[in-house]
Design a protein around this ligand. Structure first.
Ligand code: TTP
Length: 213
């Protein structure tokens, strides 16, 4: 209710707000976006995981990360741009837009981690970064959110939640991968004052996810 009131207030003042929900795999981002989706006047943008699964590219990536990392990261980035483009190109005021993840998490958490652990070659990460720069060029102000809600959960909790939801394309993801992504989120969002997220601690016992995640 409080969220609904705040959203209504923002719109009634003729203001717009771009919010992003960030956090590790399994942190519960889609559940939070779903809550926003039920609030009238809020445009909630879900991530395109269904498309990644339909294309088979998420399964390919986990099956052979070295071979498919650049391709998967490119698809993830392209589909995110496609799903958020209307909010990026219109200058409408009175809009509250909440999206799951951002082009920044794709790059600073996932792509950088894949480069650092050697899954992507130096050439591949350079190519990814060039695409990233070119495609967001001119939209920079629209891709930087007004507010970031960071769902801060331990890697162990995220792994348990990911196992419970049992998405078909995700095999066994090792705890180490959750730990690396956790560090990447912490480094990116909490190490300096640039992003200033609202960090929400997710308790380890909060395991109310259903199999559909
Ligand atoms: P998430 O974006 O973390 O979505 P989720 O449904 O796991 O999140 P939550 O449980 O919090 O709602 O990741 C979806 C899958 O895509 C996951 O296997 C990680 C993978 N992924 C990448 O490998 N690279 C990327 O850049 C992104 C955005 C996701």
């Amino acid at each position: 209710n409080r969220l609904a009131e705040i959203s209504a207030e923002i719109s009634s003042m003729g203001l717009s707000l771009r919010g992003v929900i960030e956090g590790n795999i399994g942190a519960g981002k889609s559940s939070v976006v779903n809550i926003f989706n039920k609030i009238s006047g809020v445009e909630a943008i879900q991530e395109s995981v269904k498309i990644w699964e339909e294309l088979g590219i998420l399964k390919d990536f986990y099956g052979d990360p070295k071979k498919f990392a650049l391709l998967f990261q490119s698809v993830a980035f392209a589909t995110r741009l496609a799903s958020t483009s209307s909010s990026m190109i219109t200058d409408d005021s009175s809009r509250v837009i909440i999206s799951e993840r951002s082009v920044w998490a794709d790059r600073y958490c996932f792509a950088e981690n894949l480069a650092e652990d050697g899954t992507m070659t130096e050439k591949e990460i350079k190519i990814y970064q060039i695409w990233h720069r070119i495609l967001i060029n001119g939209h920079l102000d629209k891709t930087v959110p007004d507010v970031i809600i960071y769902l801060r959960a331990s890697p162990e909790t995220c792994k348990r939640r990911q196992e419970i939801r049992a998405r078909k394309s995700e095999d066994q993801i090792p705890l180490e991968y959750f730990q690396k992504l956790h560090s990447k989120h912490e480094e990116w969002l909490l190490k300096d004052d640039e992003w200033n997220p609202i960090a929400i601690g997710i308790p380890s016992h909060e395991l109310s996810l259903t199999a559909s995640g």
